[in-house]
Design a protein around this ligand. Sequence first.
Ligand code: NAG
Length: 385
Amino acid sequence: MQKFCYFVLVFSVSSLVVGHFKSHRLKHTTLSSIVEHGYPAEYHRVITGDGNVVVVFRIPYSPKLHNMNAKRPIVLLQHGLMSSSDTWIASGPNNALAYLLVDAGFDVWIGNTRGNVYSRKAKKPSWKFSWHEIGYIDMASIIDYALWKNGQRQKSLHYVGHSQGTTVFFVLMSLRPQYNEKIKTAHMLAPVAIMKNINSECLRCIAYVCRPGSLMNYLLSDEASITWKLELIMKFLRKYNCPLLANIFHEKNMNKTANNIAIRHFPSGGSNNQILHYLFNIQSGEFRQYDYGPRKNIRKYSSKRPPLYPVERIKSETHLWYSDADTFTPVVDVLTLARRLPKSILHRMPDPKWSHSAFTVHMQVRRFVNDPIIAIMKRYEQKKT
Ligand SMILES: *[C@@H]1O[C@H](CO)[C@@H](O)[C@H](O)[C@H]1NC(C)=O
C-alpha cells in the first residue's frame, strides 16, 4: 500500500509536467458521429456566468419524424468526470439515450464541462475550479441558454446526468433553488453525492495523500488534470491491485464497441480540483463544498469546515438510477441521499454486475434505463398538455 502511495505521488508530479503538452487532434467528435448517423447536429459555444466557454452539442429534431417545426420539449444531458458528450451517443441510434430522445420528439442538448476535450478548444479556462463551479455557474448558464435558444418559449426542461453530471445538478439545485423551477424531471444515473461508504482502500489511501494541507494537495491544486496515457494508468492500477478503478472499463455486460466510443477521448480533461473535491468528500463522508484548509475556509465560508450542500432544498422530481455493483455510489449512500431529497424516486438496476459506466454503455441500457426515462418524460409532457 505504501508503495502505491509513492507511485501516486511520483506519477502525479510527472503528469503535472507532461500533462500540459498533449494536444488533442479530434478526428471523431460527438458532432461528426451524429452527422454520420444521418441526424442534424449543432455546435454551440455557451459563455458561462464567469466568462468561461463550454461547448454544447444539440440534436434539434429527428429526420425520422420531420418535426423541426413541432413543439419539442428540451432535454439536457450532462456527462461524468473525465468524460465528455461522447458518452450519450456511444451506443448508437438504436440504443443511445441522445438518439432515442430525439426520435421520441425531444430537442436534445448535450453538455460538456469547462476545460474538457471539447470545451478547451473553445477556451482554455484557468484551472481553479471544481465541480462546484461547473454546477453553480456553468450548468445554470447551459440551462438558460438552451431554454432561450430553443425558441419555443419553454420555461423548463428535462435533465439527465451521469456520475459527475449528477453531482453538478445537486450543487446547482441546492444552492440556487430557484433553478428547480426550470426542471421538469431529473434523472441521476449513478448519483454521486454522499461517498461515505466507498469500500476501497486504494481510494482512501489516495484521499489521505491528497488531503487539504498536504504536499500532494499543494502540487495538484489548480492544475489541469492529465489527459494522456490512460493505458499506462490502467496498467499500474491493475498491477497495484486497485480493482475498483481498473474495472470501470472491463465489465462483462458492457457494449465494447460503445465503450470504445465513449472513452475515445478519455480522460477528456478538466481540473485536478474536481478529483480532489471528490477525494475530500470520501474522507469526510459528507457532501460538502471544496475544502481549502481551515484558514482559507474561514475567509471563504466563515467557518473552518466547508458547508454542506443543502440537498433538502432540491424540489425537483429527482429519479435516482443506481446499482449494486457501482463502487462509486454505495447503495446505503444513495438511500441516505434519497431520504434527504424532498421528491426522489428510486430505480435499482436488476443486473448485479451493473457498474458505474454501464449506465451509458451496458448491453441493456435501452431496456433498463433509456426507455423507462423517456416514458417518464413523455408521461410528464402528456399531463401538462
Ligand atoms: C453497441 O454499440 C454499437 C456502437 O455504437 C451500436 O451500433 C450497437 O447498436 C450497440 N448495441 C447495444 C446492444 O447497445
